[in-house]
Design a protein around this ligand. Structure first.
Ligand code: ADP
Ligand code: NI
Length: 210
């Protein structure tokens, strides 16, 4: 499939938490959520899931407008011009907080892709991706001087110092409550519990006393 080829090429140079296999997992999750919820055309879900990370300002060398233009050109060249706006709406907003957006008729596609992407950021895979990203950025795994509170987002960013464990509190533990669809909420439960179990064990080992 032409889209797969385009995506593989666009993802070159990303960290391995954002690699092709992230796309494969998100695609599978998105198609499953859509099957359960019957919200969108499965072909549209497939294309949006495939393309959802091809413009990432954290990694892409080109600026984002140029990235979106590449997607438009690609979709035009494959006869997918009619899907362009819907798919771009999903891709552009997938990592934004839904609270800041007005309802839009094309949003069902966005809700699905956002849920799938968020599910891949929690659970065992989410933990693996977080430590992989932290390693890529040369961050500490943990800094006991940073006090972790349940929703201490702001405190962390003010401190400047960050660790991968603090990323759990800044983002990962908050994702469960941000799921859009009932299916994703259900899938998030087990993955969220696993984050909590991991943290419990992590602190147990960190605070080891003979
Ligand atoms: P999204 O896929 O929603 O755009 P990001 O691009 O922010 O998410 O993150 C991609 C992956 O890297 C996710 O698994 C996320 O948890 C992880 N990640 C992002 N920022 C950090 C960080 N500061 N420390 C550890 N992991 C991070
Ligand atoms: Ni993603």
């Amino acid at each position: 499939m032409k889209t797969e080829e385009f995506v593989r090429q666009r993802l070159e140079g990303y960290d391995s938490g954002h690699d092709w296999w992230h796309i494969v997992r998100v695609r599978k999750l998105a198609l499953f959520i859509n099957e359960m919820e019957s919200l969108a055309d499965p072909f549209e879900v497939d294309i949006a899931a495939l393309l959802h990370d091809t413009v990432d300002s954290k990694f892409a060398v080109r600026d984002t407008d140029e990235g979106y233009q590449l997607i438009r050109n690609f979709m035009d060249s494959c006869g997918m011009s009619d899907l362009q706006e819907k798919v771009l709406n999903a891709i552009k907003n997938v990592s934004f907080s839904s609270k800041n957006r007005k309802e839009n008729p094309d949003d069902s596609l966005l809700w699905i892709i956002q849920d799938a992407d968020r599910l891949d950021a929690i659970g065992a895979i989410g933990i693996a991706r977080a430590f992989n990203y932290g390693g890529f950025r040369n961050n500490k795994i943990y800094d006991p001087n940073i006090i972790n509170t349940e929703n201490g987002e702001k405190e962390f960013s003010k401190q400047g110092a960050t660790s991968t464990i603090s990323h759990f509190y800044e983002k990962l533990l908050l994702l469960k409550s941000g799921m859009n669809t009932p299916t994703a909420k259900r899938l998030a439960e087990e993955r969220h519990e696993f984050l909590e179990l991991f943290l419990k064990q992590f602190y147990r080992e960190w605070n080891f006393n003979i």
